[in-house]
Design a protein around this ligand. Structure first.
Ligand SMILES: Nc1nc2c(c(=O)[nH]1)N[C@H]1C(S)=C(S)[C@@H](COP(=O)(O)O)O[C@H]1N2
Ligand SMILES: [Mo]
Length: 219
């Protein structure tokens, strides 16, 4: 632990703890250029829309995001509270299990690390279940959720995220297949053990790493 170091803000303490534990490093694997396109993928210039077919209309007045489960400080953000969080910009490629990939997407939003700094996952926290306004759910390891370039995006290419792409707020975890990136996100539950979300119950992989072609579960 960090007791013998200079006292620090809550924020740096969490980051240091992660570094000490060597956690949250998956997804930050340096890849040579020729590995930029994962196996079995092809490039597209447009951005296809894929979902269960319900595009919920979310009024900012009634929007909220709850973060709970195995955390020291559960939070519920309303729209104003979420807008007051530190906003970051990222640049990333996205990869859909239906074999398209799209390079160089500019995002703006709140990084998952900044959110986790606020709620402080407990030591036994290891997985995340995401919940959305259309009833969709998806799961992933906490380490992957906390990857450095993962964020709750409000903007894409300088414009507010459209409803069909999950606006007002969706998750983007660029190093996993895009089905893990919940659109219209409403809840984040931190778990001790992995649980299957919607597609994961229907044969999709529990992790979904495009470079290992983890499209469907083995059994
Ligand atoms: N809430 C919600 N999020 C979702 C889905 C969904 O049906 N509902 N579909 C997932 C799947 S299967 C894919 S491929 C991506 C597609 O995101 P896009 O439509 O912005 O390309 O969203 C993911 N997130
Ligand atoms: Mo998908």
């Amino acid at each position: 632990m960090a007791e013998d170091r200079t006292p620090d803000t809550k924020l740096t303490t969490t980051k240091r703890k992660w570094a000490d534990e060597g956690r949250f490093l998956t997804g930050r694997v340096a890849r040579p250029d020729e590995d930029r396109l994962p196996p079995g993928q092809h490039l597209v210039k447009n951005w296809p829309v894929l979902d269960l077919g319900q595009h919920p209309i979310i009024d900012p007045q009634s929007w909220s995001l709850a973060i709970g489960g195995l955390v020291a400080h559960p939070q519920r953000f309303d729209w104003a509270g979420f807008q007051a969080l530190p906003m970051s910009k990222t640049l990333s490629d996205i990869h859909c299990v239906t074999t398209w990939s799209r390079y160089d997407n500019h995002w703006r939003g709140v990084t998952t690390r900044d959110l986790l700094d606020l709620v402080q996952p407990l030591p036994e926290a290891a997985f995340v279940m995401l919940k959305s306004y259309d009833g969709y759910t998806t799961n992933l390891p906490l380490a992957d959720f906390a990857s450095e370039d993962a964020l709750l995006a409000t903007h894409w290419e300088g414009e507010p995220l459209t409803r069909e792409h999950g606006g007002p707020v969706r998750l983007i975890v660029p190093h996993l297949y895009l089905w893990k990136s919940a659109k219209w996100i409403s809840g984040i539950e931190i778990l001790g053990a992995d649980r299957a979300g919607f597609w994961e119950k229907n044969g999709y992989h529990m992790l979904g790493d495009p470079w290992r072609e983890q499209r469907y579960s083995e059994d």
